[in-house]
Ligand binder design. Sequence first.
Ligand SMILES: [Zn+2]
Length: 543
Amino acid sequence: MNETPILADPKALTLEKITSLDGLIILVVKTTQQKALCPSCHQPSSRIHSHYQRQVADLPWQGTRVRMQLLTRKFFCLEVNCPQRIFCERIGSVVAAYARQTIRLNDSLRLIGMMLGGQAGTFLAKRLGMPISGDTLLRRIRQSLLPDNPTPRVLGVDDWAFQKGHRYGTLLVDLERHRPVDLLPDRESSTLANWLRQHPGVEIISRDRALFYAEAAREGAPDAVQVADRWHLLKNLGEAVERFVTRNQSILAPSAAKVTQCQLIEYANKLEPVSMLSSRNPSEVAQRREQRYARYCEVKKLYTQGVLQRDIARATGISEPTIRKYIRAENFPERAKVQLGSKLEPYIPYLHQRWVEGCENATQLWHEVKAKGYSGKIKMVERYVRRLRKQRKNFTLQQQRQFLQAQATFKLPNARRVARWLLKPSEQLKLEQQTFIKYVCDECPEFRTLQNLALSFQELIQQRQQADTLDEWLAQALGSQFLEMKNFALGIQQDYLAVAAALKYEWSNGQVEGQINKLKLIKRQMYGRAKLDLLKARMLHVF
Ligand SMILES: [Zn+2]
């Protein structure tokens, strides 16, 4: 780390005094040089005319603003022929002529502006003790010199949106050095052709499939090899598939409904039939029986001792009908077991399914099972639904999540998403997506044929197979029944050389997309209002 000295240039300046005033540090500074050069004739002079004070802002100290009071001299020019008679001395290493800020303060501000843009930069600079207005900060960025990039051998070209759908620009990237080289104000082929003519030496141009770039490359750099960008080829393929899906949209909704139904049934099948016996656990059941048995024995004992039923009831607190029941019973009367409603049992899977679908209304469910042949009472259904509800209360978190997932039905995907699923290896799809694709293809076998055709092109590009494989594929696609694939293949035929080059060369525009993301970020940081020169300065600047 290089250290910053207290004074901007210790060799040229000496510190006389430090004072502070209203949250401002003031350095009184003198120059050390004996002589000064006349700016017109560049001859030295040591004859002093007068002194004056220059106020120059410098880098802050720990967040406090610093102002230099620079004691400056005026000199007589001693050269007889010089038109300038008096001149002010200049300290080029510290501050530019007429400037109100030191060079190093300016550099810091420019760096902040480059990194953050006007608004955020102003905010940060103020916090750091370098207050500056947004406009001034932007002016600092504009003033900075653009780096002098060598002409790239391998050039990546892509467009980017000033304003989506309205205005586009062109980004040029040196693919070997991984650096943006230039930003063009539009995507006209003449603009790019001119740039290529002014920068001879480009050997390979990787570009998207737009015809204007192809034309520009032909005109501006006729010897350069054009490479169609593989990412854009696959994107175009995806768009062709999407158009096919859009044309056959009517298949999608029924298939999605089937997936939903499938999911619900699958989950409902996982639900155990709820026991109608008792909601209590077995030990509790046993304990209650024990208590009942003890009371039974007591009643029997008192009865054999000749106590009246009424008195037994008073002594034990048991109701008289129960006492009568106990007295009459030969053995201890066990609780009658409530069997799982045998009439309801065949309908339980159906109830589960409806339950998962969200129907909790017992009367509604009763009507439904009745229509399916249930001959039992509504009470049974009510009781079953009550038990289901109670069971759900005791669900673990995971069970609750599963339940909610089962209820969240499969959403009908749009054509773009379906196109993406068709082009993805099935192991990368979720189970429901796989099922959906399977239903769609079962419903309309053309989907499967088109998918295979598209996948083989995708493989061809991704694995960069031989050009004759491309020829075979083109023949197959042009002979196919799919309008969208035919058009796509025709487009490739028009750009055949560049597509074949995409199989041969490894160059691709992947990193250009990365640079475009960076550009978009800078653009948005400036609230989308940045002009080209600002974007260019921030985009091409080397830190
Ligand atoms: Zn002079």
